[in-house]
Design a protein around this ligand. Sequence first.
Ligand code: CP3
Length: 345
Amino acid sequence: MGDPRTSRDLFLDACAGEATERVPLWFMRQAGRVLPEFRALRERHSFEALCRDGRRAAEVTLLPFGRFDVDAAILFSDILVPLFHMDVGLRYADGVGPVLERPLDGPDALDAIEAVTDWGAHPYQAEALARVRKALPEKAVIGFAGAPFTLASYLIEGRSTKRAEGVIAFASQHPEAYARLMDLLVDTLAANLRFQAEAGPDALQLFDTWAGLLPREMYRDLALPFAAQVVSRVHPTGLPIVYYTRNAAETVDLAAETGADVLGVDHTLGLRDARRRVPEGTPLQGNLDPRFLVDGSEGLTQAVRQVLREGEGGPHIFNLGEGMPPAASPERVERAIREVRAFRR
Ligand code: CP3
């Protein structure tokens, strides 16, 4: 007998806190540079151009399904997309990552930017989601955005932060401007996710990648309240919300206070330990160390099984602890998938 529940059912059951016989799985960054098909497309189109074309973004979102037996599609886009519409000079430099030409260098710079709330004027993400929804009726489809703190770190520091020093200094030197910036980002991100929701995804993920750099008390002041505001403004859509941070060992119990339905946990914290620190029955997503997907590393099978066993104490969606590294081997990804799909709880 085949699997009676579709991928979409399994994913939604896990998000709703129900036990699933098989653990649903997908991989952060599954549509990116690990795929030769993606690299070929990138030779002809810039990353920004792919993101801003709903048809092409849908095509890239679907690429992993030609190879990988995953249960969910994540929209091909980026957490920095709102900054395309804020006149801060965002560009993606090869080998460097995202760079802003005009980061916010003080409170006055805030006057030059506005919340982006009319997503109907920038419908490419929703168009991509609608196409993917249609192409994959039995898979889960996930929309996403960055969380306010993580976007603030890019707006202030102008690139991927190392220790969040710039954003922490800005918040302490200019508390009023920081509050104003956070309001603007909450408005932008809530509007963005609500617009994505109309295109029919099954869930929305909020990436607070850099919030895990904050010590607990700072996380509580500078990140948590604003992520929580986005969650509460997006919940009326009825979609489950996944909240992801890196360095979960520091903040996972506080992350639960955002009100998100599912917590994405990176590999600095075992899922069993994570469960002890969050309300009983909270669905967890994660958390294989992505280094096991790179050739030369040892112990992939053991590591996958370990994550699955640690996840057994409650609802679990299998994923990586961080995005798939460009050097991941597709063959190893396939091996990990076979292992997850063979596991019965
Ligand atoms: O998961 C997926 O495949 C869906 C698409 C997706 C991308 N970025 C595509 C991307 C998602 C969900 C993201 C989220 C994202 N973007 C995060 C949060 C997740 C995490 O990693 O913690 C962050 C911090 C960013 C910001 C960002 N975008 C960085 C730091 C970089 C450069 C480094 C890198 O990994 O390439 C990007 C560029 C980016 N985003 C690429 C892709 C496929 C590579 C662009 C290229 O091809 O040049």
